[in-house]
Design a protein around this ligand. Structure first.
Ligand SMILES: [Zn+2]
Length: 244
């Protein structure tokens, strides 16, 4: 394992035929959204809603207390105005320069897509996709925001489902397969804003047979030794410096 420098990373990217990036939770933290399971956020939610984020953002709660679920969803998830960060724009520039072939993201805010990234797999879905599961009609995020109480389908009056992953659900198996195939193809795997023990990503790491694994995250972690190159820094302090 070596400590990363911009020069080393540029060389690795130049030599790679296929580079894939896994984006972890620090990417959305950079944009100002603390994960629901972070200590600070958990405390706030428990204080305000008298229950844990694990429960309030779960499929059980969505199905049984739909009105309270949407109150929480509208106030805490979609009324937060998150803008893509410098890191997300740097990834889009890397993609345009042919240095990045696929991005696997677990944020529901489409931060990379809104910065201009094209080939993104959003494992946990998107707050911008909302659908009536009964008749299939699709709705914008504005429709959900403006709905009084539970958003209902104009055509069939069923509840409109935000197409995001809720705790207790399975991730979309089609997307997981696609993500696995991308990781298998990669020469270089960039793990950005995540520790290698992230639950979501551990699954993918075992499919990586490429040449170099690069980790860029804020704090050192004992699993860093499994990577080839490690940056202990915020992604926004590294990616834009590549200068693509
Ligand atoms: Zn409908």
């Amino acid at each position: 394992m070596v400590r990363g420098t911009i020069d080393i990373l540029k060389r690795v990217l130049d030599e790679s035929q296929y580079t894939v990036a896994l984006l972890g939770s620090q990417m959305k933290e950079e944009a100002g959204f603390l994960g629901l399971k972070s200590a600070e956020k958990t405390y706030d939610i428990e204080k305000k809603y008298k229950m844990s984020p694990d429960y309030i953002f779960s499929s059980v709660y969505y199905n049984t207390r739909t009105d309270q679920f949407f109150e929480f969803y509208k106030n805490e998830i979609i009324n937060v105005d998150l803008e893509p960060t410098e890191s997300a724009y740097a990834l889009a520039a890397m993609e345009r320069a042919g240095k990045l072939q696929c991005i696997i993201s677990n944020d529901v805010f489409e931060l990379p897509q809104r910065a201009g990234c094209q080939n993104v797999i959003s494992l946990r879905g998107s707050i911008y996709q909302n659908k009536c599961l009964h008749c299939g009609k699709e709705y914008s995020i504005e429709y959900i925001r403006k709905a009084k109480g539970v958003p209902l389908c104009e055509t069939c009056n069923s509840v409109i489902r935000p197409m995001v992953y809720l705790f207790g659900e399975m991730l979309d198996s089609r997307l997981m397969t696609k993500a696995t195939e991308e990781v298998e193809k990669a020469d270089v795997l960039l793990c950005i804003g995540t520790d290698l023990d992230s639950e979501t990503f551990q699954h993918y790491l075992k499919y990586f047979n490429g040449k170099k694994m690069v980790v860029i995250h804020e704090e050192e972690h004992y699993l860093d030794q499994n990577a080839d190159i490690v940056f202990v820094d915020q992604p926004k302090n590294v990616l834009p410096k590549l200068g693509y």
